[in-house]
Write a protein that binds this ligand. Structure first.
Ligand code: NAP
Length: 469
């Protein structure tokens, strides 16, 4: 029997994914006054915060401080967290539909795009996503191996992720030692013999995807010089429109100034190249030995955008490691519509559509990277989630999508359901215990925190905390 008080008057929402977009959706729902709402936020990991925990670089603690905002959201009345519960595995969309009026997918873009070049799967060729997850102690990447015994590494792509990877490879481990970097990653970086990091943009400096602040930081490392070729920093005809954008202008001006500084005298070099595309990973002794690149020229695509076209001039960079950093991509989840072409959950302004884009999926919504693709900074997700929530409330108030029809099961039933299925979920107070353990362990080692990197260790720590309470 459904509980009338809750199911009739309170809009019950399940949000799947506890990264920034999930938290901002919860905030927008719980802070508005028009409709009484309760939110259950699910995450496949026992830990919340998505890419803020598992993606933002450890030497960017100021950016990570945004979790204080999410903690406050978690204290709002009507909020519950179910960590360690994966949609499509531990629970199904049908289970959610029986318990909630509306579902919000805030599942991000979990995989990465490929370069699609020969040799891409060779030993020593990695996705930036995996490297980032590894140094951030993400359980999915904890057991990856990165052999940093070579002298040079190449990173393909010039977005902010590529900049993070270049900085982590080139920065002195002493800076990282005080952060929340995974202990095993710090140890590997301490042994690193990498001296040259190539950072490769397929278009010019006016089209680079990184932010001005990020490239400036890369040029200010104490351990590495940012080296740019003057011929590649020059603005060409096809880039004049892009240069009008203030951010692009800052980027161009910065690299042109940097090009004038030459080689510098720091022990490591980050060689930022423009107008070069990867064409093949050269394999030597069964692993990555180099990266063959083709020089490009830029032409206008007819819509004011500069497009890279190969010139037929090739060179091979010596590199024992190649990281592709050419963008994230969404991964399909069982029971959730997915557009294979765009890698997103198909939607119209946040309202989910069927995979063939023909029909609306009643009561299902999407926010963040799963909605618009992997672009924008953390704050971009706030307005994006607010926009989806606006539509959700309009639908609820219009009586659409079942708000007036109580879900089959009462509100508290999710806990009971998961217990019956022997699914060990982690509540927000339990996460706070893990948080405290990590911070204390960090203090002992002179670090911001020492993260758990295995789910089993997190659950054991919680079980022993209960045992000793
Ligand atoms: P991104 O910003 O989309 O950059 C992808 C890069 O890969 C671009 O330079 C792109 O060049 C290049 N690329 C794509 N396909 C390629 C190919 N086949 N060959 C060679 N190059 C190719 O993606 P991201 O770096 O993964 O970042 C994702 C989002 O997270 C961004 O919005 C970013 O700002 C954000 N982020 C922010 C921070 C921060 O603020 N510190 C840190 C990390 C990530 P084209 O432009 O030519 O396509």
């Amino acid at each position: 029997m459904a509980d009338d008080k809750f199911s009739q008057k309170i809009l019950r929402v399940a949000i799947v994914g506890s990264g920034p977009s999930g938290f901002y959706a919860a905030e927008a729902l719980l802070k508005q006054k028009e409709v009484p709402v309760e939110v259950d936020l699910f995450d496949r990991l026992p830990t919340p915060y998505g890419l803020v925990r598992g993606g933002v670089a450890p030497d960017h603690q100021k950016i990570k401080a945004v979790t204080a905002v999410y903690e406050k959201i978690a204290q709002l009345p009507g909020f519950r967290f179910f960590g360690n519960i994966q949609l499509g595995k531990d629970i199904q969309v049908s289970d959610l539909k029986e318990r909630y009026h509306q579902i919000v997918y805030a599942v991000g873009a979990e995989t990465d795009r490929k370069m699609v070049i020969p040799g891409e799967d060779a030993l020593g060729s990695h996705s930036a996503t995996a490297f980032v997850g590894w140094y951030n102690a993400h359980p999915d990447y904890r057991d990856q191996k990165f052999d940093l015994s070579c002298e040079s590494a190449a990173i393909v792509g010039v977005g902010n992720v590529a900049i993070d990877v270049a900085r982590i490879l080139a920065e002195g481990p002493e800076i990282l030692a005080k952060t929340d970097i995974a202990d095993y990653a710090l140890e590997t970086l301490r042994q690193s013999r990498i001296k040259i990091v190539y950072l490769l943009g397929r278009r010019g400096p006016a089209q680079a995807a990184y932010s001005p602040a990020e490239i400036k930081e890369l040029g200010s490392l104490t351990t590495a010089d940012l080296v740019v070729r003057e011929d590649e920093a020059r603005l060409d005809e096809a880039s004049k429109t892009d240069y009008l954008n203030p951010e692009n202008k800052k980027n161009v001006d910065y690299v042109q100034a940097q090009a004038k500084m030459g080689e510098g005298n720091k022990p490591r070099k980050i060689r930022l190249r423009f107008c070069v595309s990867p064409v093949e990973i050269v394999i030597e002794d069964g692993r990555v030995g180099g990266l063959k690149i083709e020089k490009n020229r830029l032409v206008s695509d007819g819509n004011g955008k500069a497009k890279a076209v190969g010139t037929g001039q090739f060179e091979t960079l010596p590199a024992g490691l190649v990281f592709r950093s050419v963008g994230y991509r969404g991964a399909p989840i069982s029971g959730v519509p997915f557009d294979l072409k765009s890698g997103k959950i198909p939607n119209r302004e946040g309202r989910v559509l069927s995979s063939d884009l023909k029909n609306p999926c009643m009561g299902e919504y999407v926010v963040g990277w799963a909605k618009r693709g992997p672009s924008g900074l953390i704050g971009t997700n706030r307005a994006d989630s607010v926009a989806t929530v606006k539509g959700m409330l309009e639908d609820a108030l219009a009586g659409k999508f079942g708000w007036t029809v109580p879900p089959v099961h009462p509100p508290a039933s999710m806990e009971q359901f998961l217990r019956e299925r022997r699914r060990r979920f982690v509540s927000f107070p339990e996460w706070k215990k893990l948080d405290q353990i990590e911070i204390e362990e960090g203090k002992r080692k002179g670090k911001t925190r020492e993260k758990f990197s295995r789910v089993s260790d997190m659950l054991s720590a919680l079980d022993s905390a209960v045992g000793t309470a």
